[in-house]
Design a protein. Structure first.
Length: 275
């Protein structure tokens, strides 16, 4: 009995020693980990460049893991680059114009809403009717930001990128021609210069399409003014057909309906080379 009791006592003592050692080891390990985390945090605060490198590596690792799991390369800032806006957040008039254009040109309302909002903002700044800007965009490209004519006019407003490359410098270079907002801003500047040179909207449209030295502009100005008249009706909340006859210059807003072509590829000649 004494031997059995002694063996049992030794086992309990050994078990207690092992348990105590385990807890001490664990406690020391947690303490070391805590110190390591503390020193790492202090280093990151003192050295922002280290934090930036760490964030890049962590983000890259997370992207790789995401790709392995889903099979798709993630891009968390893609939505920030998208040209889109919620049409429900636009003023009533702009929302009506955005939904109408979206339906007519079969384009999602979100990107159209961003363009409508930008046109109204630029129009107010340069004192140009935003509905005229949108009408030019509609006739020129049908709201296709990647459109290109056979003579090299590009983007929503079909600006001759080679001729107006200087205007894209503040947007990072000529590839900005395919950025919807950059193209819109450059196109408005060109349109504004054309109207100023011609002295009238119709004459400015003739300059814009590159027909300043020609007898006719092929009906371009009439198409733009017809679309402008429809957009005015939409903005006013009046029932508006998808197409109507070309308006007269003396009564643009009250003109009867005529068909309009959503996308036109007109020759942009050197007359568009405004400073």
């Amino acid at each position: 009995m004494t031997a059995s009791y002694n063996m049992s006592t030794r086992l309990r003592q050994a078990l207690a020693a092992v348990t105590k050692g385990f807890f001490q080891l664990t406690h020391n390990s947690f303490a070391l980990i805590g110190l390591a985390v503390l020193f790492a945090a202090m280093a990151l605060v003192a050295r922002p460049e280290l934090r930036q490198v760490g964030e890049i590596h962590l983000f890259s690792w997370l992207q790789e893991r995401q790709q392995e799991v889903s099979g798709v390369v993630s891009d968390l800032v893609a939505s920030e680059r998208a040209t889109a806006a919620d049409p429900k957040e636009l003023p009533k008039q702009q929302a009506a114009v955005a939904f109408w254009l979206s339906k007519k040109y079969r384009v999602a309302p979100e990107p159209i809403s961003a363009l409508v909002s930008e046109a109204y903002e630029i129009g107010a700044r340069v004192k140009l009717d935003p509905k005229l800007i949108l009408a030019v965009m509609a006739v020129e490209s049908g709201f296709n930001p990647f459109a290109q004519s056979h003579v090299g006019a590009q983007g929503l407003m079909q600006v001759m990128t080679k001729v107006h490359s200087d205007k894209y410098q503040s947007f990072g270079g000529k590839f900005a021609a395919f950025d919807p907002l950059a193209n819109l801003r450059v196109g408005v500047k060109v349109l504004q210069d054309c109207i100023r040179m011609a002295g009238s909207i119709e004459g400015g449209l003739k300059y814009y399409v590159g027909a300043a030295n020609m007898e006719t502009d092929g009906g371009y100005a009439s198409k733009v003014l017809a679309e402008y008249a429809r957009l005015q009706r939409v903005a006013d909340g009046r029932p508006t057909p998808q197409a109507s006859p070309a308006p007269t210059l003396t009564n643009v807003l009250a003109a009867p309906p005529a068909p309009a072509t959503p996308a036109v590829t007109q020759d942009k000649t050197a007359t568009l080379a405004l400073g």
